[in-house]
Design a protein around this ligand. Structure first.
Ligand code: SF4
Ligand code: SF4
Length: 105
């Protein structure tokens, strides 16, 4: 895998992929989802103990279990292009990004 890429003007570009979101810190604000063009993460409901109940589909979410709060979950990490947009809008700094040259295939 190439360790860096080029932008249109020939500058080097190092993609930094989103690999994880800390569910203890995430407030489920949805900002990262809104700026991501790749559907890498989705809002999920969790119960009091932190167990994931299911994905929030924006309608009348009906979970098996009592919803405590919502968090963002990286459920399609392979779609990420490492643009970094999600990191710039996160108010809680709870995302982990890994540079392409540090990713083990
Ligand atoms: S780095 Fe870019 S592509 Fe990857 S999850 Fe964040 S916004 Fe989406
Ligand atoms: S922007 Fe940050 S706090 Fe908000 S949902 Fe995404 S990861 Fe969670």
């Amino acid at each position: 895998m190439a360790s860096h890429f080029l932008t249109r003007d020939g500058s080097t570009w190092m993609p930094e992929y989103l690999t994880a979101i800390d569910g203890m810190t995430c407030i489920g604000c949805g900002r990262c989802f809104k700026v991501c063009s790749r559907e890498v993460m989705h809002l999920h409901g969790i119960d009091e103990s932190g167990e994931i109940l299911g994905v929030c589909d924006g309608e009348d979410d009906d979970f098996d279990g009592e919803l405590s709060r919502t968090i963002m979950v990286v459920d399609h990490a392979g779609r990420c292009i490492g643009c970094g947009a999600c990191a710039r809008v996160c108010p809680k700094n709870c995302q982990t990004h890994v540079a392409v040259d540090k990713i083990v295939a």
